[in-house]
Write a new protein. Structure first.
Length: 455
């Protein structure tokens, strides 16, 4: 690869030390790079073009020039080995954005002359962070702290399983069905609401690649820690007992948990809430989620809110409908549309105001061990409606993909792999039948470990 680049006058820098090595080239050298790649292809190397999809961060810097990721990306495989063992070199195009300014959280790289026989010890090790405050002129950098919050549970944990069984209803099976539960409650108790398919690992990889502006990441759990997670200064694991009063735990109700996210110790005023199956698909900036210095953006779908209790009686729609009805009674305005399956931009002030204004309903939601007919969805639904009606939020567009079951899932996965048309994607759990397809997709789509994973 290095010989071919040199022969065609393509200067390149090393982003990641392999295997596989990840290289970057100036987008102005697109033609020369393609000529170099064609020469490798002619020589028998396998070339895979991946247009529109990259797993790199939004910006990097060499010793003198900043770069913003462009769209074209190629993988070049060694011709001399079997496919299963074939090493590869990945190279993408980057757009210069002017002289380097230090930006909080952006990776700093040395620009290196590539030779035909590179030595690993001559390349930069790791991706150090630049710990300087961003300048006011850098519009894509955060001018205020923004944290990310994920909720997660490990359903294979024996202690958690024992607690869940302790609160199970008579005759309840894995689907949550019992003669004493409504359809909504049964849906909220279904094992699909708790299954861990390792989505969190890949969601956090997507954050590392596409949201390096985040100050800190909090993972809210039932006192559990992912087995692959190592100690890292950028990540904190928060047990439910840190945010919910003692008489509300243990809880198996995500609506109860999300109602108390603003109570996380040390949480920034501005934060973005992710379910563990929601992932970023391309570079984001603080302005992706917040307008101006403070206003959360609200991403509404075209999917209308159910208007009757018998309509789409899943626990998700029930909690959203309940929240909308409370907002209508309080403000005299009718929320019409369901928020997208995407990250939710929030502030502690907004969530605290909801807790104070709708106290009895929030308390009832927290007191339900499992999702129930009386739940309200505070962070995912009510916060957006209240923000819009009180002038503390704005509507905005976000391209959000959704992978569930059936033939549609295969189509959505192929679309993401081929072109990444989405800003975010939700990989919903449609049951064990889709596990293999989803797991293969995640491994292929986001293959590189983040620094907080055990190597």
């Amino acid at each position: 690869m290095c010989q071919a680049l040199d022969a065609h006058g393509v200067g390149a820098f090393v982003y990641e030390i392999g295997p596989p090595f990840v290289l970057g080239a100036d987008v102005a050298r697109r033609r020369e790079l393609r000529q170099a790649l064609r020469s490798l292809q002619t020589a028998g190397y396998k070339l895979r073009a991946v247009w529109g999809r990259v797993w790199l961060p939004s910006q990097v810097a060499t010793s003198s020039v900043g770069y913003r990721v462009a769209t074209d990306f190629w993988i070049v495989d060694d011709r001399s080995t079997e496919p299963a063992d074939r090493p590869s070199v990945n190279i993408g195009l980057w757009e210069p954005i002017g002289p380097v300014r230090s930006r909080l959280g952006h990776r700093s790289l040395e620009r290196l002359p590539l030779t035909s026989t590179p030595q690993v010890d001559a390349l930069p090790g790791g991706r150090p962070f630049i710990e300087e405050v961003p300048t006011a002129s850098d519009a894509t950098s955060a001018q205020f702290d923004i944290d990310l919050v994920f909720t997660w549970v490990d359903d294979s944990d024996p202690a958690w399983q024992a607690q869940r069984a302790r609160f199970a209803l008579p005759g309840e099976d894995d689907s949550g069905e019992s003669s004493t539960t409504s359809a909504t409650a049964s849906d909220g108790r279904s094992e699909l609401r708790f299954r861990n398919r390792d989505e969190l690992r890949y969601a956090l990889r997507s954050v590392y690649r596409y949201a390096d502006w985040a100050r800190h990441i909090f993972i809210v759990t039932a006192g559990q820690t992912p087995s692959w997670l190592t100690d890292h200064p950028k990540i904190s694991v928060v047990p439910h007992t840190d945010i919910l009063d003692e008489h509300y735990v243990p809880t198996f109700n995500s609506h109860a948990i999300e109602s108390a996210l603003h109570r996380i110790p040390g949480l920034a005023e501005h934060f973005v809430y992710f379910n563990d199956d929601v992932m970023l698909c391309r570079p984001t900036w603080p302005s992706t989620f917040f307008a101006g210095p403070h206003l959360p953006k609200v991403f509404l779908s075209r999917d209308r809110i159910p208007t009757t209790a018998g309509e789409r009686h899943t626990s998700v729609y029930t909690a959203g409908r309940n929240a909308a009805e409370l907002v209508q009674r309080e403000f005299g305005r009718v929320p019409m549309f369901v928020p997208k399956h995407a990250p939710f931009a929030l502030t502690k002030e907004l969530m605290g105001a909801i807790e104070e204004r709708f106290g009895p309903s929030v308390a009832a939601t927290r007191s339900a061990r499992f999702r129930s007919d009386t739940d309200i969805s505070t962070a995912a639904n009510m916060a957006g409606y209240v923000a819009l009606l009180t002038g503390s939020g704005v509507t905005a567009e976000l391209s959000a993909g959704y992978v569930s079951g059936g033939t549609r899932a295969r189509l959505e996965i192929d679309t993401v792999l081929a072109a990444s048309p989405y800003d975010t994607i939700c990989v919903n759990d449609a049951g064990p039948a889709t596990d293999q397809m989803v797991n293969e997709f995640l491994r292929q789509w986001m293959p590189y470990p983040a620094p907080w994973e055990h190597q």
